[in-house]
Design a binder for this molecule. Sequence first.
Ligand code: AMP
Ligand code: GLY
Length: 437
Amino acid sequence: MKVLVVGSGGREHALGWKLRQSPQVKRVFVAPGNAGTAKEAENVPIAAEDIPQLVAFARQEGIDLTVVGPEAPLAAGIVDAFQAEGLRIFGPNKAAAELESSKVFCKRLLRDFKVPTPEFWTFDRPDDALRFVESRPEVPLVVKADGLAAGKGVVVCDSKDQALEAIRRIGIEKIFGQAGNQLVIEERLHGQELSVLAITDGRTILTLQPAQDHKPAYDGDQGPNTGGMGAYSPTPIIDDATLHWIEEHILVPTVHGMNCRGRPYRGVLYAGLMLTSQGPKVLEFNVRFGDPECQPLMMRLKGDLAEILLAATEGRLEALEPVDWDARAAVCVVMASRGYPGAFEKGHVIRGLDEAEQLPDVKVFHAGTAWKDSQIVTAGGRVLGVTALGETIPQAKLRAYSAVKLIRWEGAWCRKDIADKALPYLTGRAGVPRAPT
Ligand code: AMP
Ligand code: GLY
C-alpha cells in the first residue's frame, strides 16, 4: 500500500513513522514534510493547503490512503475533493470539520445533545457582545473567535475590561480576519486540561489513551499560549471510570449529534477537556490528531496504524481487533526556536540529533526542520518533539530530557517541567476526580 501524509509538523513525522511500521505499507510520502520525514519517508514538495495538487499527486502515484495532519485542509474540504475522485482519505469532510472550524456550530451541537461544556453565548455583531459583557457582573469570561485562528483565537480574560478589549480586537479590528465574524463568549472554568482522542467511522468509537498537553510557553503554565510545548501519555489525572464516562457522555452523543445533523463524522475526534469539580467539560473539539499529543500516542501504539485508519475510512472499525498499547509512559518535550511563539529565528544548524536518537527508547520527531547544504537546520517555531518511553512517567521524562541535553542550536529552548502535572497524582498528593454519577 502507498500512503500519503499531509502536513509538515511533529505530528506528521510521528504518523509517517508509525505508518511505515505497518506490514501492508510499502511507501510513505509526506507533503510537504520536513527534514525528519525526508529521512524516513519521501517528501513531496506540495503545500498542505494545495488541494488540487495533492489530488493530482495521489492519482498519479496511485496512493491507497491519504492521512491529513492539520485542520486547515480539512476545513477547506480536502476530504470532499479526494472522495470526488474516488481516492481513499482519512478525515472528516468539510461539513463535519465544522466541529473545529466553527466554534458556534460546535457549541450549539454540544448544547442540543447535552454534552457538558461551559455555559456560552454567541454573537453575530461585536456591538451586541460588548453590550452583553457590559451588562454582566464582573465574572471571568473567555472570548473566542468562531473560526480557525491557528490556535490563537481564544482569549482567557481576568476582567471585564480584558473581555471588552478582546471583543474589539477580534470582532471589530478583525485581527483574525473572517474567523472573527462571529464570537463565542464562555464562562471561564478552572481545572486540569486533558486531551482525549478517538478514531471513529461514525458508528464505532475507538478511544485512544488519554494524554495531557502543555500549551503555555513557559514552566508552571506561564506565558503566552503556543501550539503545545510537550505532552505525555497515559495520564494519571483520570482513571478508567472517568474515561468511560467521557466516552459515554461526550464522545457518543457528539458522534450521534453529527449523524443527526446530517454530517456523519469520520476521522479523529479530539476532545479538549477540562476536569472541573462538576466533571469533565468540553472546551473544544479538534478534527485531527493533536500536535504534540500524537507523538507520545504513536510511541505507545502497538497496533497497525494503517489498518486502523483504513478500517475507519471504510466504516468497519467495529470488526477491528482491540488495539494494544505499550504499558509504558511516553513523554514528548518540544524544543523551540528563540522568539517562539512570537517572531522566531530560522536557519540555525542543529547538532546532536544522532547522539540523542542512539539513546534507548528515544525518538526525535522533527517539526520545523529543513535540509540546507547537507545539514539539518531550524525552519519553524516548534523544531523538534523529543519523545521517550519509560517504565514510569518520571523515567520517561528523565530519558526525554537526557536526549534534549544532547541536542543544540543557537537559541534552542524548551519547557523543563513537561509531565510534572502528573506528579501530585502519582504520589497521592492529589486525588483523581471521580467520574460524575
Ligand atoms: P480552545 O482553543 O477552545 O481549546 O482554547 C484554548 C485554550 O484556552 C484551552 O486550552 C484553555 O487553556 C483555554 N480555555 C478555553 N476555554 C476556556 C474556558 N471556558 N475556561 C478556561 N479556559 C479556557
Ligand atoms: N496540542 C493541541 C492541538 O493540537 O491543538
